[in-house]
Write a protein that binds this ligand. Structure first.
Ligand SMILES: Nc1ncnc2c1ncn2[C@@H]1O[C@H](COP(=O)(O)OP(=O)(O)OP(=O)(O)O)[C@@H](O)[C@H]1O
Ligand SMILES: [Mg+2]
Length: 217
C-alpha cells in the first residue's frame, strides 16, 4: 500500500486537556477516508495537525514520506477546507482566490477561473464574497482547495450549509476528484455522505481514533 498520510503516536493536549490520544493511522493514497465522531471528539484538531497549523505535543506526521516540521514546515501538496472558509468580504470570488494564489504564484488566471466554474460559481461575477450565502462560501472554499491541483485534500465538513442540490453537486465533485486519484480525508456528520464517498471510515472518540471500516474487507 502506498501511504499518503502517516500518523504515528500523535498526542495533543492543552494543559490538562487531552484532545488527541496516541493516534496511529495510515491513510492510503488515492482513497477517500472518512472521519466521524461526536462534537468535540478531535476530528478538526487532527486535521489541523496534519496541515501543520498546530504543533503536536508528541508523535509525528508524515506526508508523502516526508516528516512534518522536520522536512518541511507546512505540507505543500495539500488542499484544505477547515471549518467555514473565511474570505475577504469586499472582494469578489476571483479576487479572493487570486489573492491566495499569489502567495504561491504557481497558477494562472485561467486555472482560477476553471476552479471557480468547477464548483458551480461564476468566475466573472462581480458579487462581493461578503454577500455570499453559506453554501456559496463553502463552494468557493472547495474551489480554493482544488485550485492548485493538490494530491491530498483535507475537507472538514465540506457539505456544511449546502442545500440538497449543493450536497449532490459537492458529492459529484468529490467523486470526480476521487476518480482522478486524489487522496481525500473528509470529516462529516452525515452517514450518507460517508457511505457514498468513503473507502475507509474511522471514528474519533475523546481523542482516540478507531478504524470502523478498513476498506480491505
Ligand atoms: N485552542 C484550543 N485550546 C483548548 N482546547 C481546544 C482548542 N481547540 C480545540 N480544543 C478542544 O479540542 C477538542 C476537540 O475539538 P475539535 O474541534 O477537534 O472537535 P471536532 O471533533 O471537530 O468536533 P465537531 O464535530 O463539533 O466539529 C474540544 O474539546 C475542543 O474544545
Ligand atoms: Mg470539527
Amino acid at each position: 500500500m502506498c501511504v499518503a498520510i502517516k500518523i504515528e503516536n500523535v498526542n495533543k493536549s492543552f494543559g490538562e486537556t487531552v484532545v488527541l490520544s496516541n493516534v496511529n493511522i495510515e491513510f492510503e493514497k488515492g482513497k477517500v477516508h472518512g472521519l466521524i465522531g461526536r462534537n468535540g471528539s478531535g476530528k478538526t484538531m487532527l486535521m489541523k495537525c496534519i496541515c501543520g497549523f498546530v504543533p503536536l505535543s508528541s508523535g509525528q506526521i508524515m506526508i508523502n514520506g516526508k516528516t512534518l516540521k522536520k522536512d518541511f514546515d507546512m505540507p505543500k501538496d495539500i488542499g484544505v477546507i477547515i471549518e467555514t472558509p473565511g474570505f475577504l468580504p469586499s472582494y469578489n470570488a476571483y479576487k479572493n482566490l487570486k489573492f491566495l494564489a499569489d502567495i504561491q504564484s504557481k497558477i494562472s488566471k485561467q486555472e482560477i477561473y476553471d476552479s471557480i466554474s468547477r464548483v458551480g460559481l461564476d468566475p466573472k461575477s462581480k458579487k462581493h464574497v461578503g454577500k455570499y450565502s453559506l453554501g456559496m462560501r463553502q463552494r468557493l472554499g472547495l474551489a480554493q482547495a482544488i485550485m492548485e491541483d493538490p494530491d491530498i485534500l483535507i475537507l472538514d465538513e465540506p457539505m456544511n450549509g449546502l442545500d440538497k442540490d449543493g450536497v449532490a453537486d459537492m458529492r459529484n465533485y468529490l467523486l470526480d476528484l476521487k476518480a482522478s486519484g486524489k487522496t481525500i480525508l473528509i470529516a462529516s456528520h452525515s452517514a450518507e455522505d460517508i457511505d457514498v464517498l468513503c473507502d475507509t471510515v474511522h471514528e474519533m472518540d475523546k481523542g482516540v481514533l478507531t478504524t470502523i471500516r478498513s476498506g480491505k474487507e
